[in-house]
Write a protein that binds this ligand. Structure first.
Ligand code: BGC
Length: 707
């Protein structure tokens, strides 16, 4: 059907519905003029000691997961109670959602808003008022140990998902996007310098922080451990003062990352790092007195930081047992049915089908007599990192048990990793669950590292190699030698190089760390109850060398305009699986791209049709590339995406809007955003390397012309 033949009854799906994403975000309803006045009145009554109390945490270890800061009963000021983190509330038990990179694979901003809202509500129910999330450090290299906590290698995608999370969570509590900025190598995070030029910083590594602050009204920001251009982030005036407050009008407070996130007293406060967490080491009475006496620090600076904290306390109507004008919710919201189903929905939408040779999936129960489930991870609660983002649910659905439940009547046998696999040939199908755990990747905690050897403590850190650890590869190799049909399910928090063995498997699924209902979500995918709809938020290269050099011991990381798929495009490498890629049990056609100018934007519409036999969802992606540009540019950049769910034969129109502002480059000389006169190619399709539709526009003399 051509565009003119489209029925006007076909639904129009908006790729990004700002009104519903922003809805209920408490920060956006604050009457700033009134709060400014009230804050000044209160500050005028505060002594220096009371102000100092507002700029540091109370004790180094959390109480029931809550880190306290400030608060003074005599002034009617409640303390901050901060709780991690990006995949759920780290306080007591809580709903364990799939990790952020899994949710990123859903490309579903509304889902991310709902997840943020659920985590915010559970944090409030546990007595917290600041959620130490989302993590939005761009995934410069997939070997980063904390890749699972963030969203992707693309700033637009990270910006949309981060904004959605912030808006959802700020229905209930303050958020704290972190770690500002350029925190993307874990092992050396306390000493590392991220080197970057102004254009790359503004165009690639900061836009997602800007969205969370400017559009989402994020009430606080956590600074990072590392240095940027040789200056620690916690005492970096360019980041904290010039950009965050100057350019973006940030009204919140900046808290340090924990312990080693504050490196100095006067330089940190002068730069605008308002609140030392988890306690006052650098901001101790003694250090502050000394800095004041030496003239390195003025009382006005302490006043300024205390004021930022107090401002947010008044704005958020903070009480001991209330925040955002609401009383502490009943603890029954924690792991309530609604949140567990939301975790399940996120897990289902996050699983990426990477290979399905001969349509081996979905498995038809009626036609299957026996299934071998292989690997220790099949019977493990593998929820990901055990550093600060760890969440403890009361129960976890594991793959083995979920497969057994879903395949009632079928013979299902488990083969642990070290079992003899010679009998696998007896089984109709073999499902190997392999991948990574918190021991292979995650937050790096040096003290725990030493004690960790055989214990359950956090270890993690970066992955020097993107291939699976040898024992995991060995399980796949041995199973592939025997299995009749082999399905491999990978668990992990980032890209895993699969080249060595992927040609010997029939089907391959990336299931990430799927949260507490991940096992059941996987089973529903394997048996076809749900069609896979996740898409890769990170490129899977054929070999590690397709990415930029990666040294996990490095004390310096050089940044350029080309993270992720931009790098492979730039170098002319073809990945194993591109950014945005994922298969389905059905097929989709995307057609009839119509582009119109509307104000200062392009409104782009495409028709999407489910051309297969099963219901399913796809993710339509829009990229823009410039030709004839006078400056270095990535070949293409993601500028829009939207999920469309359709029954077989059904069709919908997806609308994606690209603002002229989204096409600007940062001109470091004038410190301003400029729209270059050149040719802009808009390309639309179903992955970064499957973009069949194209429209080209020439910008010249302040106007646009289709070419
Ligand atoms: C992490 C932060 C976390 C904080 C508090 C730090 O080590 O880098 O992401 O929020 O600890 O647990």
């Amino acid at each position: 059907m051509s565009s003119s033949e489209r029925s006007s009854d076909d639904p129009i799906v908006k790729a990004f519905d700002a009104d519903s994403i922003l809805a209920g975000n408490f920060a956006l309803g604050i009457d700033h003029e009134k709060i400014e006045r009230e804050t000044d009145e209160l500050l005028a009554r505060m002594t220096l000691a009371q102000k100092i109390n507002e700029i540091r945490g109370t004790q180094p270890t959390p109480i029931e997961g809550l880190y306290y800061a400030g608060g003074d009963e005599s002034l009617g000021l409640a303390p901050w109670k901060m709780v991690d983190g990006p995949r759920g509330a780290r306080s007591g038990t809580a709903t364990a959602f799939p990790v952020a990179i899994a949710r990123a694979a859903t490309f579903d901003a509304d889902l991310e808003r709902r997840v943020g809202q659920a985590i915010g509500l559970e944090v409030a129910a546990r007595g917290g008022n600041v959620l130490l999330a989302p993590t939005i450090n761009l995934l410069r290299h997939p070997g980063w140990g904390r890749a699972q906590e963030t969203y992707s290698e693309d700033p637009h995608h990270t910006g949309v998902m981060g904004l959605a999370f912030v808006c959802g969570a700020q229905n209930h509590v303050l958020t704290s996007p972190k770690h500002f900025a350029l925190n993307n190598l874990e092992n050396t995070r306390f000493d590392l310098s991220s080197e970057i030029d102004a254009r790359t910083l503004h165009e690639v590594y900061l836009p997602h922080f800007k969205r969370c602050v400017v559009e989402g009204g994020a009430a606080s920001v956590m600074s990072a451990y590392n240095k940027v251009n040789a200056v620690y982030c916690g005492e970096n005036p360019e980041l904290l003062d010039e950009i965050l407050r100057g350019d973006w009008d940030f009204r919140g407070f900046v808290e340090s990352d924990w312990f080693l996130g504050t490196r100095s007293t006067a330089p940190s406060l002068n730069a605008g790092m308002d609140l030392e967490m988890p306690a006052g080491f650098r901001y101790s009475d003694e250090n502050l007195e000394e800095a004041l006496a030496s003239g390195e620090l003025f009382e006005e600076v302490i006043h300024r930081s205390a004021r930022r904290s107090v401002y947010q306390k008044l704005a958020w109507q903070l009480g001991d047992e209330s925040v955002a004008g609401k009383k502490r919710p009943d603890v029954s919201v924690v792991e309530c049915d609604e949140h567990v189903s939301l975790a399940r929905e996120a897990a289902e939408k996050s699983i990426v089908l990477l290979k399905n040779q001969g349509d081996v999936l979905p498995l038809e129960i009626a036609a299957t007599q026996s299934i071998a489930v292989v690997g220790d991870l099949a019977d493990a609660a593998n929820l990901g990192d055990r550093g600060s983002s760890m969440v403890t649910p009361t129960s976890v659905s594991k793959p083995l048990q979920a497969i057994q439940e879903a395949a009632a009547g079928v013979r299902v046998e488990h083969f642990p990793s070290h079992a003899d696999f010679s009998r696998l040939a007896e089984f109709d199908v073999t499902i190997v669950v392999a991948g990574l755990t918190y021991l292979d990747e995650g937050e790096f905690i040096p003290t725990a590292q030493k004690e960790a050897e055989d214990s359950d403590l956090a270890r993690g850190g970066d992955r020097a190699e993107l291939v699976l650890p040898l024992p995991q590869r060995d399980v796949i190799e041995r199973a592939s030698a025997r299995a009749k049909k082999l399905v491999v399910v990978l668990q992990g928090g980032s890209a895993i190089v699969v080249r060595e063995w992927v040609d010997r498997v029939d089907a391959l699924l990336m299931s990430w760390y799927g949260g507490q209902d991940g096992g059941r979500a996987l089973a529903s995918m394997l048996f076809g109850e749900v069609s896979p709809s996740g898409r890769l938020p990170v490129t899977i290269p054929r070999e590690q060398a397709q990415f930029m050099p990666w040294d996990v011991t490095s004390l310096r990381v050089d940044h350029d305009l080309y993270p992720g798929y931009r790098w492979l495009d730039h170098e002319g490498h073809e990945p194993e699986y591109p950014f945005g890629f994922g298969l389905s049990y059905t097929t989709f056609e995307v057609k009839a791209l119509r582009v119109e100018r509307s104000g200062d934007a392009f409104v782009c519409r495409v028709d999407v049709c489910n051309t297969g036999a099963r219901p399913g969802a796809t993710v339509i992606q829009l990229y823009v590339g410039c030709t004839e540009s006078a400056i270095p540019r990535a070949k293409k950049e993601l500028k829009g995406f939207g999920r469309v769910a359709l029954d077989p034969g059904a069709e919908a129109t997806l609308e994606m809007t690209v603002q002229d502002d989204d096409l600007r480059f940062y001109d470091a000389d004038s410190k301003s955003w400029k729209l270059e006169d050149c040719r802009y190619g808009i390309r639309v399709g179903q992955s970064s390397l499957d973009l069949p539709l194209e429209a080209n526009y020439q910008r010249a003399g302040g106007g646009w012309r289709a070419v």
